[in-house]
Design a protein around this ligand. Sequence first.
Ligand SMILES: [Zn+2]
Length: 204
Amino acid sequence: MNEMAQGFQRFSREVFPTQAAFFKKLATTHQPTALFIGCSDARVVPELITQTDPGELFVIRTAGNLVPPYTQGSDGVAASIEYAISVLGVTDVIVCGHSACGAMTALASGSDLTGLPAVATWLHHADASKARTDAGEHPAGAERVAALVKDNVLAQLANLRTHPSVAKALVQHKVTLHGWVYDIGTGSAELLDTESGQFTALAA
Ligand SMILES: [Zn+2]
């Protein structure tokens, strides 16, 4: 923790003064253009991989970049989605999966999660993702995980569309949904073509 505090001191002392005017403007302005829904995985840093500045991305990070479908009742993910769409008016929403995802690996390999009841319950939001992959006859191992990561992005985009704020914004053509898969080891990404349902490499 000491490292974190020292990092904050370094930010206050060395980084903040060089961009003080920028941060002063940010203090009274919150106008992100995109909602980024990614995995909590420490290696997937939205602002780094999209090269965005503070204030540009509204971010939700959950284990496995899962988006529970809309239900009545309190839900931090639903509230953040509604706020981003209806109040902040983001024009793009990105659901970003990634290589070597622990959540997807656990699902693909059928890990015993009896000692992790909260994780086991949460991962049911990927039941449709797993069903897609199971239907695709992918072999075991890394290839199966990679297929599940993509199927999961598709399934979570479907869940996202169940949120009334998203459904309304889509009808009004105020928002565009995107599916990405980020590869940690190569720094590359594949983007979903929403018409074909296929992922294609993003040109460097
Ligand atoms: Zn992950």
